[in-house]
Design a protein around this ligand. Structure first.
Ligand code: T3D
Length: 255
């Protein structure tokens, strides 16, 4: 059973809550493995996953009590961070990161790996790495410039300023910043929306956006044709069109 995360499942929504609140949910080896394990073994009933943190932080990044200079950082990234990140990028359901408090270092980039990031208004994002003499890792140098542009990515990385949730939303780093008092209900509603939606279409959105990061338009048109070709044969497309014509709410099954 899990020691560093809490897993729960309710109404098609799998929630993975980082659970080392005394260290602001710092990532140790076990937590990296448990996040990957939970994401890779989502139960069949799950149609959306929510990644969040228990306590006042989302995640403070690498556990600095484990990160001595003698540690082989390259091996840690390859063997532990990469599988954790891929477990999110390749999850078989859409993933919401519910950033309930500070997201620092690898914790910030873990959040940005999700399909959608929603932060509570008092949360901050911090590329803390250069404060301790490192570069942003956990995918940050790939994903951050694609979300906010080179100038803002470089500033965040060089100065390690705390970026508020509102600023992050204005910059397009996250989807939305939500007043603290409404955060839980907004996350529940967004998760319910994804859990009752056309899962295959959501995953195709992820795939198309990922490919778009490196494709030219000609290649991307091919990606769209291939993915749309498959979705055109799906149950949920047939249901979506029927429901529209019959002026009723669609009953998507995720297939
Ligand atoms: O290993 C590799 O492969 C390298 C990978 C590196 C990836 C990285 O993530 S590098 C970046 C690591 N993270 C940081 O540098 C952030 C460190 N933390 C902070 O800057 C601050 O704690 C926060 C901005 C996150 C929050 O500040 P604040 O003032 O709200 O809380 P605090 O008092 O600093 O922290 C509360 C406790 O959590 C405190 O413990 P204490 O004093 O109550 O016993 C603090 O030491 C502990 N804590 C916070 N972050 C970490 C941590 N303990 C271990 N590791 C942490 N990252």
């Amino acid at each position: 059973s899990y020691k560093t995360i809490e897993f729960s499942l309710s109404d098609g929504v799998a929630t993975i809550a980082l659970n080392r609140p005394e260290v602001m949910n710092a990532l140790d080896s076990r937590m990296r493995a448990e996040i990957a394990e939970a994401m890779n073994s989502l139960p069949a009933e799950a149609r959306c996953a929510v990644l969040t943190g228990n306590g006042r932080a989302f995640c403070s990044g690498q556990d600095l009590t484990d990160a001595q200079s003698a540690i082989d950082l390259e091996a840690t990234l390859r063997n532990e961070y990469e599988p954790m990140l891929w477990s999110i990028r390749k999850a078989r359901v859409p993933v919401i990161c519910a950033v309930n408090g500070v997201a620092a270092g690898a914790g910030a980039n873990l959040a940005l790996a999700a399909d959608v990031v929603i932060a509570t208004q008092s949360a901050v994002f911090l590329q803390a790495f250069t404060k301790i003499g490192l570069i942003p890792d956990a995918g940050g140098t790939y994903i951050l410039p694609r979300k906010v542009g080179m100038a803002r990515a470089a500033g965040m990385m060089l100065f390690a300023d705390k970026i508020t949730a509102d600023q992050a939303a204005d910059w397009g780093m996250i989807w939305e910043s939500v007043p603290d008092g409404e955060f839980a209900s907004v996350i529940a509603a967004r998760a319910r929306h994804l859990a009752s939606g056309p899962t295959a279409a959501f995953l195709a959105v992820r795939e198309a956006l990922a490919e778009s990061a490196t494709n030219d338009m000609a290649a991307q048109l091919q990606v769209e044709a291939r993915l749309q070709g498959a979705l055109g044969k799906s149950h949920d497309f047939g249901e979506g069109v029927q429901a529209f014509l019959q002026k009723r709410a669609p009953q998507f099954t995720g297939r």
